[in-house]
Design a binder for this molecule. Structure first.
Ligand code: GDP
Length: 364
């Protein structure tokens, strides 16, 4: 699961991306190996891990991670090949969701490519480029489907209808993500790989002086209003501050946030929002060796969740011993929970829930 960071030049993308890579560098136990230079990996904040670590005193604690790709270079005219145009559009094609950074900070020393700070105009410039790119791609795909429809293929006629509907809306400036489809249609729409079908979070980048009273910023208000019309979320960040916070260790970070009167960092909020935007949840495993959070899509059944840990776990799946995190913490220990019969035994049709603490039993 990857999120692409997009936005006009000079809105704070690199600053945010730096914050991400710095925060990621502290996550020394990232369980995957090679990371591309334009990819940043950050831990998903999860207070439950700390609590389980107190309980189990494990050798290590491994959070879930989420990946961000820095997609710089998207400018006005990108869909017509301006700037590094099409190359960047193809990078967006590979991500699961988009973080659209919008400049909401005033700073006379930092030029704005469009001459003034106007987040809605900026959003529309980028959205329009993505819509243009989608129209081009859709029209190409329609030619093929039209041929098949002429040949008498009934499915193609249905497909063509959906494509026409999407095209009409794109022409009105409406992104595919704002349209509603039946489940069946959705499968087809997914196969069109359109950029505007990807879910979006707007990251409103505010100036340092607005931290703490961001809700009063007229620029932020405009972005929130715009996003509401699209059913999209807004996360307020101050990229510059996030870059500084990301260099602190956990204790320093907590102190700093407390001083600023903040509950969590903007980056943590962004990561959590992205996680739920992608429909992701975490189940937990706990033992003396490791306490760990594992990422799954909402709706994943026990054997497939086991497969996230090891393919053998899925193949030889027998059952899952499950206790919700809250119950485990309330009882105080796994042994006590077992004695009280609170650890459930679940079979292959069980849908894993967020915060389930799970022990898989399997045949080798
Ligand atoms: P990009 O082109 O979108 O990657 O933008 P950059 O991250 O390079 O930022 C452009 C300029 O804006 C840099 O000089 C940053 O230091 C500055 N900048 C980014 N975020 C903030 C912010 O939150 N507050 C202020 N005052 N400046 C920022």
């Amino acid at each position: 699961m990857k999120l692409g960071i997009v936005g006009l030049p000079n809105v704070g993308k690199s600053t945010l991306f730096n914050a991400i890579t710095k925060a990621g560098a502290l996550a020394e136990n990232y369980p995957f190996c090679t990371i591309e230079p334009n990819v940043g990996v950050v831990p998903v904040p999860d207070k439950r891990l700390e609590k389980l670590a107190e309980m189990y005193k494990p050798e290590k604690v491994t959070p879930a991670f989420i990946e961000f790709v820095d997609i710089a270079g998207l400018v006005k005219g990108a869909s017509k090949g301006e700037g590094l145009g099409n190359k960047f559009l193809s990078h967006i094609r590979e991500v699961d969701a988009i973080v659209h950074v919008v400049r909401c900070f005033e700073d006379e020393d930092i030029t704005h490519v469009e001459g003034s700070v106007d987040p809605i105009r900026d959003i529309e410039i980028i959205n329009l480029e993505l819509i243009f790119a989608d129209l081009e791609s859709l029209e190409k795909q329609m030619v093929k489907v039209q041929k098949m429809a002429k040949g008498g293929d009934k499915h193609s006629t249905e497909k063509l209808q959906i494509m026409e509907y999407i095209k009409e809306n794109l022409e009105k400036g409406i992104p595919v993500r704002s349209l509603t489809f039946s489940e069946e249609q959705q499968d087809f729409v997914r196969q069109l790989f359109l950029l505007t079908s990807k879910p979006v979070i707007y990251a409103a980048n505010i100036s340092e002086k607005d931290v703490g009273n961001a809700q009063d910023s007229p620029l932020v208000k405009k972005v929130v209003e715009y996003a509401q019309n699209e059913n999209a979320q807004v996360v307020v960040i101050c990229a510059k501050l996030e870059e500084e916070i990301a260099q602190l260790d956990n204790e320093e970070k907590q102190m700093f946030l407390q001083e600023m009167g903040l509950e969590s960092s903007g980056l943590d909020k962004l990561v959590s929002a992205c996680y739920s935007l992608l429909g992701l949840i975490s189940f937990l495993t706990a033992g003396p060796k490791e306490v760990r959070a594992w990422t799954i899509k909402k709706g994943t059944k026990a054997p497939q969740a086991a497969g996230k840990i090891h393919s053998d776990f899925e193949r030889g799946f027998i059952k899952a011993e499950v206790i919700p995190y809250d119950t485990l913490v309330a009882v105080g220990s796994y042994t006590a929970a077992k004695e009280k019969g609170l650890v459930r035994s679940e079979g292959k049709d069980y849908v894993i829930q967020d915060g389930d603490v799970v022990l898989f039993r399997f045949n080798v």
